[in-house]
Design a protein around this ligand. Structure first.
Ligand code: BMA
Length: 847
């Protein structure tokens, strides 16, 4: 009789001071349960966020009544397991208090539940204390406030009492500069009874001691729980191979190691470099020929190093996968919803497939959200996306009392243990931006935090920081996942415990968050100047499209500074910045709808500038992760994909600027450089055709240089002097089109303009569109009579195009395929778009 998991699914809930119980969803949270019963309005609509701030001031109760099935009761051991309680909870089983929880990121377990269970009529009650009421006294007791830049305490009616730092709870629940303040309570992960007898395997870790193409030298680390002393065998099998050893178990938890070796393994590769091959390892504990316990895990075999080595320019910072230096391309991931248990497998898949479709190979799970759900990492494993994994600490200083530190230690150990078999996770990082915000060793740097404290307090707060990020977390990683890499904070220049530790925009080591463009209103061109070894954050805001905005705003709210629009713009300077940049680079939009679209084109242009600047600097730079991949509600933000998964213009730019073989052009005013960036492991040897065209498509001049780049290399392949190119043509009236060809195949095709979109002298294009024969209507062919800049397609049916927001040149037709989001193997599948709306820059502007 094997181990049984009996999931407790039927729950009800109420505010503790009320009498009326209502049906609840578990996993879930109070906000979504209240919404389902119509007790609160849609939290994402209008200004409703403001009205819902009372929820976190109240206590809430969840209760399940259940009978225990016979087969569960027949087992000698039954434990009660909560995978996640958010956050301050007391658990009562049949009236007796059995657990007390204080960390959303930990699991909670009552080992000997059997004696407290009855065959029938059990009552399990979880009492959630208000996280606000719980933590305000901690702030009072500490006697000084800790910085927490994004904690929207005002919006929560708490004045300046920033209490998020005391709760081991998703930081973004307290608000962020893209997220609402919804401080939830609830049972956010599964609750179950685990029943077993004799022996069970509670964990199986495949430690990758040494992995090469010749052999994978592994150690299976099995955690076996036993009721008594036993003698038996541990057997492991994978890929048709088998290993075994005799094992003497003692009553209790045993850790058993078994060496495994797989000759000529199929390695796990990230997208672009190979297949993300996965192996299944099956473990059994066998006694006298009988399997008493079993467990299997999936993992990919790969070697990963964070390479920080001195070189002529400084110190490198890159991920080496199976011996290959990788240029990391991707974005920062935040939780997909303010209410995390609302995120279905399909939504995760949409994000991951979108990232892969956009030619990314890495996502950073940013430290202000959650240690993601298993589905997220399973998908990253399967699709070959590397994960930079932050621990959940961001933009705040934290307390350092023993209880807090101990809580953090257990949280870290549990999460590293849960996630250590995922081949996708290539780096563990302590926190987001705290080293740089505090800048302990550099008086003049930082965000002005440390200056608020006395010298003694400064030292104390920094010592508390070091306890977590320089000691507890790296020790947890080292102990639980010994081969994994750890980096204390992002960004950081080095780990030296002196002034050279803190990241600066001109650091030639470590990673950089560059926010000069956006927060400091520097011009886009500065993306070409500020380039570090690994750009782990940079970003530019835009609005989601009309259809998304309409889900939270009425027709009459559709103006930039309406109350509703402001509620959905969490960056105080956001609207001003979008407008200010638009005045620099874009013509004036003719109406609000056009403004929304233009904000996306502008964001895409900014990110294209940044991404390609970073890639042109390979190998000096080997990482470009923009801020941010996704949204947790419908909002103006830095995301490339909105809350509903709709691709903004940026998502298409990501697809084109992250492609593995990229032709990129940069202009300094005087000259134009042509760069060939090759992230593949094959050599590229081809030719360029560079054409100077006017807007009617007339060829004015052309050049045909050769273009080649070795494997994994970036090269300047050609350069032209602007004056030689223009030769009297007006820069407002011409463009360069460059095509990269190899063996008669077009590898890339890019346009280059001498002036900003604002200065271009565009005419109104007539764009024609016809379906491509034999494509069943899923592909269309577009043509124009004059240059159409940023051709923006929207379909009647929702979906994505193979390309969008592209330039259409007369005489050069473009074929675009339409695909819709479908659950199933492919996620996106070819479909007929229905009626197409085709706009271009000329349609968005005043005549
Ligand atoms: C970065 C992030 C977030 C923030 C973003 C935009 O620093 O780490 O804290 O949302 O900037 O301001």
């Amino acid at each position: 009789m094997g181990e049984i998991h009996f999931v407790l699914k039927h729950w009800k809930f109420k505010e503790s001071k009320d009498d009326q119980w209502r049906l609840a969803h578990v996993p879930g949270c109070v906000h979504t349960d209240l919404l389902r019963h119509g007790i609160i309005p849609d939290p994402f609509y209008g200004t409703n966020e403001r009205e819902l701030q009372w929820i976190d001031k109240a206590d809430w109760e969840y209760e399940a009544h259940f009978d225990v099935p016979d087969d569960v009761m027949e087992h000698s051991r039954v434990s009660l397991v909560f995978d996640g309680l958010d956050t301050y909870a007391d658990v009562f089983l049949n009236g007796e208090k059995v657990l007390s929880a204080d960390n959303m990121f930990r699991s909670w377990k009552l080992d000997d539940a059997k004696g407290k269970l009855k065959p029938q009529g059990n009552v399990l009650r979880v009492y959630f204390r208000s996280p606000v009421a719980e933590d305000i006294p901690k702030l009072k007791a500490l006697g000084y406030a800790l910085p927490a830049s994004n904690d929207q305490s005002e919006a929560g009616g708490l004045g300046d009492q920033k209490i998020s730092v005391f709760a081991r709870k998703a930081p973004y629940h307290y608000g962020w500069d893209w997220g609402p303040r919804f401080v939830t309570s609830g049972i956010w992960r599964e609750v179950r009874l685990e029943a077993w007898s004799n022996v069970r395997i509670t964990d199986l870790f495949i430690r990758q001691d040494r992995v090469t193409t010749n052999a994978a030298e592994l150690t299976a680390v099995a955690e076996i729980e036993s009721e008594a002393d036993w003698q038996g065998k541990l057997k492991i099998s994978a890929a048709g191979l088998e290993w075994e050893r005799d094992v003497m178990l003692a009553a209790g938890v045993n850790t058993v190691e078994l060496k495994l070796e797989i000759p000529n393994p199929k390695l796990w590769w990230c997208r672009g470099l190979g297949e993300p091959h996965l192996y299944t390892f099956y473990a059994e504990y066998v006694q006298e020929g009988r399997t008493l316990a079993e467990r299997s895990v999936q993992t990919g075999l790969r070697s990963v190093r964070l390479v920080r080595e001195k070189d002529e320019a400084g110190t490198s910072f890159y991920i080496e996968l199976n011996g290959v230096p990788v240029f990391a391309k991707g974005a920062n991931h935040i939780p997909n919803d303010s209410f995390v248990s609302e995120v279905t497998y399909e939504r995760y898949k949409h994000e991951i497939v979108s990232a892969v479709e956009s030619n990314m190979n890495m996502l950073r799970v940013w430290g202000g959200g959650i240690y993601e759900q298993d589905d997220f990492y399973d998908l990253c494993d399967a699709y070959g996306l590397m994960v930079w994994q932050d621990f959940m600490f961001a933009c705040s200083m934290y307390p350092g009392d023993e209880a807090f530190l101990n809580n953090v230690r257990i949280e870290a150990e549990e999460n590293v243990k849960r996630l250590r078999n995922h081949p996708s996770i290539v780096l563990w990082c302590g926190n987001n931006e705290i080293d740089t915000a505090w800048s302990h060793y550099d008086e003049k740097s930082g965000w002005g935090w440390k200056q608020q404290y006395s010298p003694e307090l400064r030292e104390k707060i920094w010592a508390d920081y070091e306890a977590i990020f320089h000691r507890i977390l790296p020790e947890a990683v080292q102990r639980i996942a010994p081969i994994a890499e750890y980096w204390p904070s992002s960004p950081m220049a080095d780990w030296t415990n002196d002034a050279s530790q803190h990241a600066r925009n001109d650091s030639s080591s470590g990673d950089i968050h560059y926010w000069g463009v956006w927060h400091n209103v520097e011009p886009f061109e500065n993306y070409n100047k500020v380039i570090g070894r690994f750009m782990s954050e940079y970003g530019f805001q835009s609005f989601p499209e009309w259809e998304t905005v309409r889900t939270y705003a009425k027709e009459s709210d559709m103006e930039l500074e309406s109350e509703v629009m402001l509620q959905h713009q969490k960056n105080g300077s956001g609207n001003r910045l979008i407008r200010q940049y638009m005045e620099m680079y874009f013509p004036e939009p003719k109406d609000f709808r056009s403004f929304l679209t233009m904000s996306q084109l502008q964001q895409a242009e900014a990110m294209k500038t940044a991404i390609e600047a970073h890639r042109r600097r390979k190998p000096y730079c080997r990482g470009s992760l923009y801020w941010q991949m996704n949204d947790c509600w419908p909002v103006a933000s830095w995301a490339g994909m909105d809350y509903y998964g709709r691709w903004k213009a940026l998502q298409y730019t990501s697809k084109s600027s992250f492609q593995d073989v990229l032709l990129s052009m940069d202009g300094t005013g005087e000259s134009i450089g042509f760069h060939l960036i090759n992230d593949t492991l094959e050599e590229i040897g081809g030719s360029l055709r560079i054409m100077l065209l006017d807007f009617s498509g007339k060829l004015l001049q052309q050049w045909k240089p050769a273009a080649s780049a070795g494997p994994n290399e970036a090269q300047v392949v050609y350069s032209l002097k602007a004056e030689e190119v223009l030769r009297g043509y007006r820069p407002e009236q011409v463009l360069l089109l460059a095509e990269l060809e190899q063996d008669g195949q077009l590898l890339d095709s890019r346009t280059y303009y001498f002036v900003t979109a604002k200065q271009l002298e565009l005419h109104n294009p007539t764009i024609t569109c016809e379906s491509v024969e034999a494509s069943g209507g899923t592909r269309v062919l577009l043509q124009t009579d004059t240059l159409a800049r940023y051709v923006t397609l929207s379909a009647e049916t929702e979906g994505i195009f193979s390309d969008n927001h592209f330039d259409l040149i007369p005489g050069i037709p473009k074929v675009v395929e339409f695909r819709i989001r479908r659950s199933g193997e492919d996620h996106f599948s070819a479909a007929v778009p229905g009626e197409l709306t085709i706009r271009s820059l000329a349609d968005l502007t005043k005549a």
